[in-house]
Ligand binder design. Structure first.
Ligand code: 0RA
Length: 635
């Protein structure tokens, strides 16, 4: 590439080539681990999505090939293949070999709106691949060019005829740079589904050809983000239709779909240029301001709020809202800790204006839904004021102060949270074994009696009136709600230890729901574990073995020729004596524990809603669908 003639400032990069990318890949794709690997795929898919958003492409196919390489094919216009008069290279070669060249070629492409946080372009993928093959169908021909480690290997040539158009980029990530080379079907599937929601009318096909893990899926959402909201709300009862607004001002497009549910929590997901903005930003602020102002205005004008009534706050009007917001901004500024907050201030007014107009129209045309929404907001306002009063009382009474640790808690002697563990144990008898079997220095035991309150749809105050829940909150020591403070957590590990039966699973789900709803930071920080007690004990003479699974039981039984009657199935923790419980489940040097993570918050939330929410039908469907996966059902 060094012999390419140089003209403008941009071409200085031509001279530099792609070496910097290979030297410091992290600068361009964040990391060289599994995230970085998938970033390569997003980079190529984003180009195809851009072509779709410009209205030239409606089908993208992503394939993982038998050798683990990945290709992305679209039916867009095809990257131009004619020689660029200035660089002497074709656009396709330029796009693949010049940093940031991506969107700067051709007419009418508009600005590049998708494209990651890094938005580095497909040349980076080329630089980090041992081989990249690009096939373009365009102008009646099939054109092919190949690169190796970012450098031209087979020059662009016409290899056939075609009356179609499109681009296919096929790359083999470089194992000398990338630490991981295995694309993950589920990761690709999740992201492609999201992109399909965000690009209404596009079809995305994902194929996995790897031997032994062949798989396929396809996404097409006619309604775009409307379909997204419908999906998010599939387990929830709603009190409005899906309200949808779209508009463009000053080259910024804003789109929102929202629906009010009967729940208390809000589920607002926002995107800027198809990138998830988990920290929010000006698009979200503008939306929230419009929602608050329009609902307050409507309520006053229709006498649903009296002169003396307090105004709805932003939080009040967001209760029960499920919304997806998507903006496209020519020059997005990403801010915040994880660079996932949109900073462009002009977007606030634009979002506000477009949504204000649409929401006002909706309320005027749908007085019944309007009334339900306003009633819900009024309820939220009253609850907020009542909650504040109740919270003040709770705090005054010191109900949550650490000084009043629950009587049922058998605390550990260490005061160093980093080494302390809290076992939440089902039932008093198992609690007794755990208390005797534990390491008193670092392990604390909190027995819970029976079932704790279902906290799926319950406010903080009601929740704390439940003794089992209150004991747990006090034992953990980090308070709850506004006063939650993770630095006060008294145990680095919180271990849920329930029986291996249906009741145990139910109690575990209830505890997880509580943690998910009210202590999410603990899940995010990896403080929550599930103990894995053995399912079977096999004995022969004086010897015994424990099995965690049916398969393990079978292996052990064969290995030591254990008779059937000497296999004991543990139905409850209470059947184990303290030594056995310690040895199998609690001894840090030998136990296995499952860490509960929240890497898929949305899915977890969805399942929680289906299983614990107010709608019966989705729950029945879920149970019917998954009934076949149930292995041990105690009746
Ligand atoms: C520059 C100009 C034109 C299309 C593209 C790039 C283009 C790039 C990619 C990357 C993946 N798929 C793509 N499809 C198209 C427009 C050319 C014209 O005006 O016909």
């Amino acid at each position: 590439m060094a012999d390419t003639p140089s003209y403008g400032a941009q071409d200085i990069q031509v001279l530099e080539g792609l070496d910097p990318v290979r030297k410091r890949p992290g600068m361009y794709i964040g990391s060289t681990d599994v995230r970085g690997l998938h970033h390569l795929c997003w980079e190529v898919v984003d180009n195809a999505i851009d072509e779709a958003m410009a209205g030239h492409c409606d089908h993208i196919t992503v394939e993982i090939h038998t050798d683990g390489s990945l290709s992305v094919q679209d039916n867009g216009r095809g990257i131009p293949v004619a020689k660029h008069p200035k660089t002497g290279m074709s656009a396709v070669e330029t796009v693949l070999t010049v940093l940031h060249a991506g969107g700067k070629f051709g007419e009418g492409g508009g600005y590049k709106v998708s494209g990651g946080l890094h938005g580095v372009g497909v040349s980076v993928v080329n630089a980090l691949s041992v081989r990249t093959e690009v096939t373009v169908e365009r102008e009646g021909g099939v054109h092919f060019v190949a690169f190796e480690r970012g450098v031209a290997a087979e020059p662009l040539k016409r290899v056939g005829d075609s009356d179609r158009t499109g681009t296919r980029v096929h790359f083999w990530p470089d194992g000398s740079i990338m630490e991981v080379l295995d694309f993950d079907f589920t990761t690709l599937q999740k992201r492609l589904r999201q992109q399909a929601y965000l690009t209404r009318g596009i079809t995305i096909t994902l194929l996995d050809h790897r031997p032994g893990s062949e798989n396929a899926c396809q996404f097409y959402f006619e309604g775009g983000i409307k379909s997204y909201v419908r999906h998010l709300n599939s387990g929830r009862s709603h009190i409005s239709d899906i309200i949808w607004a779209e508009g463009e001002m000053d080259d910024v497009t804003f789109e929102v779909a929202l629906q009010y549910t009967t729940e208390y929590r809000e589920h607002i997901t926002s995107f800027a240029n198809n990138i998830s903005t988990t920290e929010g930003g000006t698009h979200l602020t503008g939306f929230g301001m419009a929602l608050t102002r329009v609902l307050n205005k409507y309520a006053r004008e229709h006498n649903l709020l009296k002169e003396k009534d307090p105004k709805f706050t932003n939080d009040d009007v967001r209760e029960g809202v499920t919304a997806v917001i998507s903006v496209k901004v020519p020059e997005p500024q990403f801010e915040g800790q994880t660079k996932s907050k949109l900073g462009n201030s002009e977007v606030r007014t634009i979002s506000d204006r477009i949504f204000t107009k649409k929401l006002s129209e909706y309320l005027a045309e749908n007085p019944n839904a309007a009334k339900s929404i306003i009633n819900k907001c009024a309820l939220a306002t009253r609850a907020r004021l009542a909650a504040r009063a109740a919270r003040e009382t709770v705090i005054r009474k010191g109900a949550l102060e650490g000084s009043t640790l629950p009587g049922k808690l058998a605390d550990c002697s260490s005061k160093n949270p980093a080494e302390c563990e809290l076992y939440i144990v089902e039932g008093d008898s198992a609690g007794g074994s755990a208390k005797q079997g534990r390491d008193r220095h670092t392990q604390a035991i909190l027995p819970l009696r029976g079932k704790i309150l279902n906290t799926e749809n319950v406010r903080l105050e009601k929740m704390l009136s439940n003794n089992e829940v209150k004991n747990l909150v006090i034992a953990m020591g980090a308070s709850v709600g506004d006063s939650f403070d993770i630095t006060k957590l008294r145990y680095a590990k919180i271990v849920i230890m329930t029986d291996a039966d249906v009741d145990g699973a139910h109690i575990r789900t209830l505890i997880l729901t509580l943690l998910y709803r009210h202590f999410r930071p603990l899940l995010e920080a990896g403080n929550i574990y599930i103990a894995q007690p053995p399912l079977y004990k096999l004995s022969k003479g004086k010897k015994s073995w424990y099995a965690m699974t049916d398969a393990e039981r079978d292996t052990l039984q064969a290995e030591h020729s254990v008779k059937g009657e000497n296999i004991q199935r543990y139905k409850g923790l209470g059947e184990m004596n303290p030594d056995q419980l310690w040895e199998t489940t609690m001894d840090p040097t030998t136990r296995t524990m499952a860490k509960v993570t929240l890497n898929d918050a949305e899915r977890a939330d969805h399942i929680f809603s289906v299983l614990m929410g107010s709608e019966v039908l989705p729950r029945r469907q879920f149970i019917q669908q998954h009934a076949s996966e149930v292995k041990d059902l105690d009746i």
